[in-house]
Design a protein around this ligand. Structure first.
Ligand code: NAI
Length: 271
């Protein structure tokens, strides 16, 4: 059901790779709620071509940008304002990648060149987006920026290796930049900490399926889906959450506040 929550709002949505991407669902919901926006992804992801379907569905223009390149991000914000006809009201950072995870490196045997890439792509890129927007004064007052994160920033999950460090940094950037952008332009910045979700990035993590089931059986409401994440992010882009900033907001069916569930205890004691 649509409520017109983003009527008249302009935005930038990164990270929609294919139909299972969380960003894909957020773009669809933002469109339903009346927003206009540009879509962006790394030039290499563009070649896979699926994003064009989403662009057609939502009437969005695609502006390729490698999130580690300040030049690309500057072009993204400049072109987006031209295409959309003014400053933007919301920005989604939905970007993550770890070469160490991709190549199966243990946390006790990290390749440091790859670690730099993990941090640059998954965390510093958020600072680059914010700093570029700030310098260009590209976000309207009371605008909203959201980045997606995972609870491994607070608690250890062995399979998440160096992405845990990247997420801790990402969440810290939301607080540090949130203070400054809030003071100067009333722009709010939050991270949404989402349940394990079946996507290309999620599925790339070792043992994902088992952990997905564990989280689902632990959370009293079960795992939150990508569609439900989209609903939540839309509220954060809307005017209904104007005083929420610098927060890490758990969207996980209660997983983060649960010690253990009956289902998990039963599974452990089964002979
Ligand atoms: P996804 O694989 O669909 O999205 C990741 C995106 O990052 C892709 O579109 C990819 O092209 C983009 N990307 C990678 N390198 C890039 C670069 N250099 N420049 C620009 N874009 C680049 O997977 P998903 O799950 O939708 O991931 C989106 C966000 O949600 C990520 O930050 C991820 O860590 C986070 N998240 C995912 C969870 C999951 O279980 N799937 C749980 C919690 C958070």
């Amino acid at each position: 059901m649509a409520y017109g929550l983003l009527k008249g709002k302009r935005g930038i949505i990164s990270g929609a790779l294919n139909e299972s991407s969380i960003a894909w669902k957020i773009a669809q919901r933002a469109h339903e709620e009346g927003a206009t926006f540009t879509l962006t992804n790394a030039p290499i992801a563009m070649r896979m071509g699926e994003i064009r379907q989403l662009a057609e569905q939502t009437g969005a223009e695609i502006i390729p940008a490698d999130a580690t390149s300040v030049d690309d991000i500057t072009n993204l914000f400049t072109k987006s304002q031209e295409v959309l006809g003014g400053k933007v009201d919301f920005v989604l950072h939905s970007i993550g990648m770890s070469p160490n995870i991709r190549k199966g490196k243990a946390y006790t045997d990290l390749n440091y060149e790859w670690l730099k890439q993990t941090l640059d792509i998954s965390a510093v890129s958020f600072h680059k987006m914010l700093q570029t927007a700030y310098k260009l004064d590209a976000i309207n007052e009371w605008g909203s920026v959201v980045a997606l994160t995972y609870m491994a920033a607070q608690r250890t999950f062995p399979f998440y290796t160096d992405m845990a460090d990247a997420k801790a940094m990402l969440e810290s950037i939301a607080r540090s930049f949130g203070y400054r952008y809030g003071k100067s332009h009333k722009v709010r910045i939050n991270t949404v900490s989402q349940s394990p979700t079946q996507t290309t990035a999620g599925g790339g993590i070792g043992g994902f399926d088992k952990f997905f089931d564990f989280a689902d059986k632990t959370a009293p409401l079960g795992n939150a889906t990508a569609d439900q994440c989209a609903d939540y992010v839309i509220t954060l882009f809307s005017d209904l959450t104007r005083m929420v900033t610098m927060q890490n907001l758990f969207h996980d069916g209660g997983f983060s506040m649960t010690g253990i569930s009956e289902e998990v205890m039963e599974a452990l004691t089964k002979k």
